[in-house]
Design a protein around this ligand. Sequence first.
Ligand SMILES: *[C@@H]1O[C@H](CO)[C@@H](O)[C@H](O)[C@H]1NC(C)=O
Length: 260
Amino acid sequence: MSSALYQVLLICTILNIDTRAYGDVRFLNKCIFSTKTPYFWIKSNDEVVTEDSEAICNGPDKTKLTKSCVSFHINSLIRHGIRYPGLKWIKHMDEVQQKLTKAIIRPSSQSGFIEKWANPFPNEKEHALAPSGKSELFELGKRFGQRFKMLLEVETEKVQYFVSSKERTFDSRRAFHDGLISIFSTDVIGDSCKVPIIDDNILRFHSGCKKYLDQIENNDTALGEYFKFKNGPEMNSVVNDVKKRIVDDVDVIGTINGGL
Ligand SMILES: *[C@@H]1O[C@H](CO)[C@@H](O)[C@H](O)[C@H]1NC(C)=O
């Protein structure tokens, strides 16, 4: 096996909102509001990752090793883990709470869910990798390490990480790396890979590519399907359902109009 190189690219275009960032960081049955699917949702709860299951690919006739393929180079494109919302959304949540609190008409001696609710997202954590995001990437690194153990054990100096300039991708990389090496008895992966290479040109292309900005980002018609869905019957039914539950919960005497 020669010149193996494992390149891990961490992208940072993905928004994830974890509603229980302070809670138990185990994932199963965890309720998460998210704009993207967390990695742990697409794996089976009882998945067992067999050692080297992806490193060697046997031909149809398993007795003839000449027909096997052995991995010697892997590129992975991985997004950062679940992160806290941005400041705009954290503040928006506070505003919604204030609006609802004002709309509630009931004796001040009583207070319900809305009044007692405390925003679980501190301002200073905006966009930071959440504890569940850290575990998400740790587990992912562990599964990767298991699948390609043979390769990583031999070519320990050649793992290379690329990250964007955003802190959440640095933190995600660290968690991924910790997961990856956790399957070895010692940190067999060399120090060189511990310094990630920052490459915003590739990993944050959306903020520098004029064509992308002109044709997609600043082009409302390019996002037509998104707006159709956002204003469509499914999303409206979600909004109405939430509205109804809030009204039920607070036993509102008055009415709450719009703005949710
Ligand atoms: C905006 O998006 C639409 C739909 O994808 C596309 O037809 C149009 O060419 C885009 N406009 C620009 C300026 O690229």
